[in-house]
Design a binder for this molecule. Structure first.
Ligand code: GTP
Ligand code: SPV
Ligand code: MN
Length: 609
């Protein structure tokens, strides 16, 4: 093997000493066979995807159906985020708070250096210069991901702006520019002559954030949120810490633009936990006449106070990494149109005999297919064809209903924030908060059933504050304080109004009470009319809900009883929430902002609990 000093400096396409130094240090530690500095070019994509086909990681899809697109199947143990292996290694344990795993940063580094030592033997090390958000943002948010996975490299090219332009911009700004070092390895070195497997990974996994150093170390997994480090690790965990320090917000939110039949435009951000409907709402096809939705983002929003005192949001990502099952022409025609243009990677879905992909919920069920596990599958099979957390990875620019504002580095001024979760009971279809602090209380107590997006039990109700439980890079008590302060330190009248929605309430028979998807436009309409002061609401102990007749239900195939059940506020159900919320708040001790206890007292009083 070439000496590491030879394989970095002479061939490296940069003079940036900070980056060169780090790449050299990591190459010496991990011992790759070669180093590839990513340009982001089409030729590079061709070369990497062809190599992935050759090694069996990718299957090229039928170009007449999905041009330039690929199927990948992961190791069956590497299918989702691993929350119990995810750490916030703050210097002081208290700073990670009661909701994160912690280890002393130096101890963690020692441990992981042991894992990283020689871990890229037999592999290529890819160096990916990337930027989250716009390259021409006032302060571009740079990162360098080092990975030994070509799958990760091509996925990063879809999900983030990356390549030579980014590296040039970093060099132009100079050595002082801030960039986040993000190290990733699948953790499977190859011995001399050893054949690779289609999906290398390691049973030992660590997804580690060092918040003070703004640094990420990930080991053992190739799955999206564990391995595409610009996404959850940087744009949420590390960015949430930057945002706290600098007075802005990094949130697990979609961003959409809504235009009424009168041509009035509003911008809505919405925080729903993983696999709880952000992508679907961001690309909504309204069922009510004359209304139009355009997408801006489907997963992450960075929000700053603008010169006008309003809260402006950008989507830092460049692609969609969406849940495949359930996506179809009815639930999300815009996602279907986007992925059908090609240039996409599909992971852990089924492969059909004509070289297309299929998943549960998609139209045109094939008579036979190969399941995500590589086994023969038919409609009679007892196992699912696709993993419940199978995903499509597709360029955002292919989305025809992407709002033009996506390309504006200033972003869009947010008019309303929605919180939402997956709850069978209790939470009504829509509730409006009384004010910012009450809205923060709604977010801080948000609860949802767990989904397949993270390894572990599915369907268990847990508190998932602001849909950020797995993504807050510091003490969640301080995070609530930061939310409160964003309202207090700024002109609250200019801040977005906050709402709480639940598309997932069920009848006693277990059926969804609300049809959801395109019909959610009715709820958006009510939200907009509340902002404009034209829709009526009734005050309840938990906030304002639609007054009878104020929700547009024209043409909706639902009985008045079903609508009433979806909107109902049942004091008994809410009283049962009180001890759970109390227990949740007690976790944070003195770190919980006192006003949240006051909000809970107010709720109890209003409920007569
Ligand atoms: P992440 O990418 O994991 O952060 O998730 P997301 O919030 O973008 O989730 P997504 O929109 O992909 O939602 C996935 C699941 O929610 C699928 O099973 C959808 O069918 C379901 N879903 C989305 N919207 C609705 C809705 O309005 N009603 C119902 N019943 N299900 C919905
Ligand atoms: C989520 O789990 O919230 C996702 C998918 O958006 S991943 O990027 O893999 O975390
Ligand atoms: Mn997400």
């Amino acid at each position: 093997m070439t000496a590491t000093s030879d394989i970095t400096t002479p061939t490296a396409p940069t003079t940036h000493q900070g980056i060169l130094g780090w790449v050299t240090e990591i190459a010496e530690l991990t011992q790759p066979d070669s180093i590839h500095w990513c340009t982001g070019s089409d030729e590079e994509w061709e070369q990497l995807t062809s190599a992935l086909v050759a090694t069996g990681t990718f299957t090229r899809l039928n170009p007449e159906i999905k041009p330039n697109s690929f199927h990948a199947a992961s190791d069956p143990t590497d299918v989702a985020r691993v929350e119990d292996r995810t750490y916030i290694c703050s210097v002081d344990e208290k700073d990670c708070g009661p909701t994160n795993n912690w280890m002393d940063p130096e101890k963690m580094k020692d441990l992981m250096r042991g894992l990283y030592a020689g871990c890229m033997k037999g592999r290529t090390m890819y160096v990916i210069p990337f930027v989250m958000g716009h390259l021409d943002a006032e302060k571009p948010m740079f990162g360098i991901e080092i990975t030994d996975s070509a799958y990760v490299t091509v996925s990063m090219r879809v999900m983030a702006r990356m390549g030579t332009d980014v590296l040039r911009k970093i060099e132009e700004i100079g050595e002082d520019v801030q960039w986040v070092p993000a190290l990733h390895s699948v953790g499977k070195p190859l011995a001399e002559g050893e054949a690779d497997v289609a999906w290398p990974c390691n049973d030992t996994k660590y997804i580690v954030q060092f918040p003070e150093e703004r640094m990420i170390w990930s080991f053992g997994s190739g799955y999206g949120g564990n391995a595409l480090l610009g996404k959850k690790c940087y744009a949420l965990r590390i960015a949430s810490v930057m945002a706290r320090d600098e007075g802005w917000m990094a949130e697990h939110m979609l961003i959409l633009k809504l235009t009424s039949p009168q041509g009035v435009t509003k911008y809505v951000a919405a925080a729903f936990p993983s696999a709880c409907g952000k992508t679907n709402l961001a690309m909504l096809q309204p069922t009510i006449p004359g209304w139009k939705v355009e997408a801006i983002g489907d997963d992450i929003a960075w929000m700053r106070i603008g010169e006008d005192g309003r809260l402006w949001a950008v989507n830092p990502e460049f692609g969609f990494f969406g849940v495949a099952p359930g996506t179809n022409e009815h639930t999300n025609p815009n996602a279907m149109a986007t992925i059908n243009k090609g240039n996409s990677v599909f992971t852990n879905v089924a492969l059909t005999p004509d070289g297309d992909v299929w998943w549960e919920g998609l139209e045109n069920m094939p008579a036979a297919a190969t399941s995500w596990k590589g086994e023969p599958w038919t409609p009679e099979s007892t196992e699912l064809s696709s993993h419940a957390n199978s995903r499509y990875c597709t360029p955002i620019k292919q989305c025809d209903m992407l709002a033009a504002e996506y390309d504006d580095p200033r972003g869009v001024p947010i008019d309303a924030i929605l919180f939402g979760g997956r709850r069978k009971t209790t939470i009504p279809l829509v509730t409006e908060a009384r004010d910012w602090t009450h809205g923060t209380f709604m977010g801080a107590t948000l609860s949802s059933e767990t989904t397949a997006a993270a390894v572990g039990a599915v369907g268990v109700v847990r508190r998932d504050p602001m849909a950020m439980l797995p993504f807050i890079g510091y003490n969640a008590g301080d995070y609530f304080g930061h939310w409160i302060n964003m309202g207090k330190d700024n002109d609250e009248s200019k801040m977005p109004k906050i709402f709480y929605v639940n598309w997932f309430r069920r009848s006693d028979d277990g059926d969804f009470l609300w049809p959801g998807f395109g019909e959610n436009s009715r709820v958006l309409k009510w939200v907009i009319e509340r902002l404009e002061g034209t829709a009526a609401a009734v005050e309840t102990p938990i906030g304002h809900v639609p007054a009878p007749g104020s929700l547009d239900i024209e043409g909706l195939d639902m009985t008045p009883e079903a609508i009433a059940a979806a909107l109902a506020v049942d004091p008994e159900e809410w009283k049962a929430e009180i001890p759970q919320i109390t227990e949740w708040f007690e976790k944070f001790g003195d770190d919980l902002p006192a006003v949240l206890w006051t909000e809970l007292d107010t709720l109890k009083e209003r409920l007569g609990a």
